[in-house]
Design a protein around this ligand. Structure first.
Ligand code: AMP
Length: 226
């Protein structure tokens, strides 16, 4: 094949790649985990789910499609409402790893349907409802944030830790930079609230974030007991 034939194939491949990424409608995911002790320790109250008090572990907030330019799509398909019958085989895993803390006490359906309808529908061209929840649970199982932090001596013991040390521990444990989001308890202490890591568009592997969300924290923050 001549040189021009090769460049034509290359061009076609580039075009195909471009069309695929246009079709999927997002560039990567934020995988957001939350410390339940911080969710519950704000002025806003929390309620344990019907299944009972969640274990003292990070839980999933969501898997959010995002663009490289720091914006994100939302509520992408009104015709694709959350349907529990499609994920009923995942309920026991969802109850443990994607626990609701909203009041009044409920089984999680409201939280999961919010996350599917606002975020999941925007990656539906790649992940149907079952794949979306299953892929998120699988990432959670791969990234044991509590274990990673504890290995660095950072424990949910009400003590204060430097945000920089928390980020460094996550980098050492996962290989990737994370963003940390804080909240304030009623005495205005900054607390470790959510951790953002990035995941490739097929929701399989962690990647370096194309753009890290800007979240402000005090330099030293509490890791509250839960
Ligand atoms: P999002 O719109 O995906 O950014 O999520 C924000 C919504 O999720 C808010 O309505 C929060 O109250 C809710 N939310 C966040 N964490 C939890 C949780 N652990 N349980 C129930 N709802 C939550």
């Amino acid at each position: 094949m001549g040189k021009s034939g090769c460049s034509f194939i290359l061009l076609e491949l580039l075009l195909l790649q471009c069309l695929i990424s246009l079709g999927q409608g997002y560039d990567f995911f934020y995988f957001v985990q939350q410390w339940p002790g911080s969710y519950c320790d704000t002025k806003r109250s929390c309620c344990y789910p019907t299944a009972g008090k969640p274990a003292a572990n990070f839980t999933i907030h969501g898997l959010w499609p995002n663009y490289n330019n720091a914006t994100y799509p939302s509520n992408c398909n009104k015709n694709s409402p959350y349907d529990g019958t499609k994920v009923s085989d995942l309920f026991s895993r969802l109850e443990v790893s994607w626990a609701t803390l909203a009041c009044p006490t409920n089984n999680g359906t409201k939280f999961w349907s919010h996350e599917w309808e606002k975020h999941g529908t925007c990656s539906e061209s790649v992940l149907d409802q079952h794949s979306y929840f299953e892929a998120t649970l699988n990432i959670k199982d791969k990234v044991n944030l509590l274990h990673i932090l504890e290995a660095a001596g950072i424990r949910p013991d009400d003590n204060f830790y430097k945000v920089e040390d928390i980020k460094e521990a996550i980098k050492a444990g996962t290989g990737y930079d994370a963003a940390v989001e804080c909240n304030s308890d009623p005495s205005r202490n900054g607390q470790l609230f959510q951790v953002y890591l990035c995941v490739d568009a097929s929701a399989k592997d962690l990647i370096e974030c194309p753009v890290l969300p800007k979240r402000k924290c005090k330099s030293s923050i509490q890791f509250p007991i839960f």
